[in-house]
Structures are given as structure tokens and as C-alpha cells.
Design a protein around this ligand. Structure first.
Ligand code: GDP
Ligand code: MG
Length: 154
């Protein structure tokens, strides 16, 4: 797999959809130079939400988190590009929006940790797991942006 084939899973949580921030967040990923290869609006099942957040099972905020993420439509996406997993985490900012740096998505667009707008995979292993949880194989479309030669040196 080439560096440019790295993929991450990004979800715009129900607060992002309700607050009309979908376009704003997608714009930031597009403007950075990453490639959108999967996109759908879904109301996740409790099973999907629990599996997605399995690492947090047993924590005090777990039930509220699952209730929240299943409460409304979520924009589930797969983004591709060199270093996209770590870079997306930087674009997103720290978990608590009150301490996320200005310039990051959470730093600019959110206040409360339980309403922090966006999810991004924390490692390439998590990304693989989350992409296969949320997307079927035929739902991911690879394509070649005409801008590739202007985003990548080689
Ligand atoms: P992330 O990877 O930055 O999204 O953060 P984590 O994986 O640690 O937590 C997953 C999600 O759970 C976060 O994005 C928050 O929405 C929520 N969360 C994490 N910690 C807390 C907390 O202390 N309180 C509440 N209410 N929600 C939390
Ligand atoms: Mg996390």
C-alpha cells in the first residue's frame, strides 16, 4: 500500500448535522488536499454505536455517548491521503473543545466534550476496524483527482 492510499474514518456527529456544519467540515478536509472516497448519511443502530465506541464501555459517559450518536443522522465518511489518520486528528483537535486549539474543527466550532461535532480514527488499525464497521466494500469509491499532481510532489 502506498502512503497516499492511507484511509481514515470520519463521522460528523448529530450535533454537526443539526448545526449545519456538514459543509464547513467537509470543506476543511477538501481544502487540505485529502480525497473523499466514502460518504453517507445514516442513523446508526445501537449495535453499531456500541461496537464503534467499545473501548469506552464501562466509562461514565458511555451510555450518554451511545444515546447521542444514535439520536439522529450522522455523516459517515472515509477520507484518503498521505498521513491522513494523524493529520485528521490534528485538523479535528483535542477531545475537549474548551482546550482544542483555535484553528481546529473542535477549537473553532464546539464548546462541550459531549457535543464535539466530529469523530476521527485514532490509528490506522482503528481506521480499518471502523471503516469495515460503517461501510460495505461497494460503498467505497476510489478515483483519481485531477489535482493529484498539485497536492503531491510524486
Ligand atoms: P476522541 O477520540 O477525541 O473523539 O475522544 P475519545 O475516544 O476519548 O472519546 C470518544 C468520545 O466520547 C469523545 O469524542 C466525546 O464525545 C466523548 N467523551 C470523551 N470523554 C468524555 C467525557 O469525559 N464526558 C463526556 N460527556 N463525553 C466524553
Ligand atoms: Mg477516540
Amino acid at each position: 500500500m502506498s502512503a497516499q492510499q492511507e484511509r481514515t474514518f470520519i463521522a460528523l456527529k448529530p450535533d454537526a448535522v443539526q448545526r449545519n456544519l456538514v459543509g464547513e467540515v467537509i470543506r476543511r478536509f477538501e481544502a487540505k488536499g485529502f480525497k473523499l472516497v466514502g460518504l453517507k448519511l445514516v442513523k446508526p443502530s445501537v449495535e453499531t454505536a456500541e461496537e464503534h465506541y467499545a473501548e469506552h464501555k464501562g466509562k461514565g459517559f458511555y451510555k450518554g455517548l451511545v444515546d447521542f450518536i444514535t439520536s439522529g443522522p450522522v455523516v459517515a465518511m472515509v477520507w484518503q491521503g498521505k498521513g491522513v489518520v494523524a493529520s485528521a486528528r490534528k485538523l479535528i483537535g483535542a477531545t475537549n473543545p474548551l482546550t482544542s486549539e483555535p484553528g481546529t474543527i473542535r477549537g473553532d466550532l464546539a464548546v462541550d466534550v459531549g457535543r464535539n461535532v466530529i469523530h476521527g480514527s485514532d490509528s490506522t488499525d482503528s481506521a480499518q476496524r471502523e471503516i469495515s464497521l460503517w461501510f460495505k466494500e461497494g460503498e467505497i469509491a476510489d478515483w483519481t483527482p485531477v489535482s493529484n499532481a498539485w497536492v503531491y510532489e510524486n
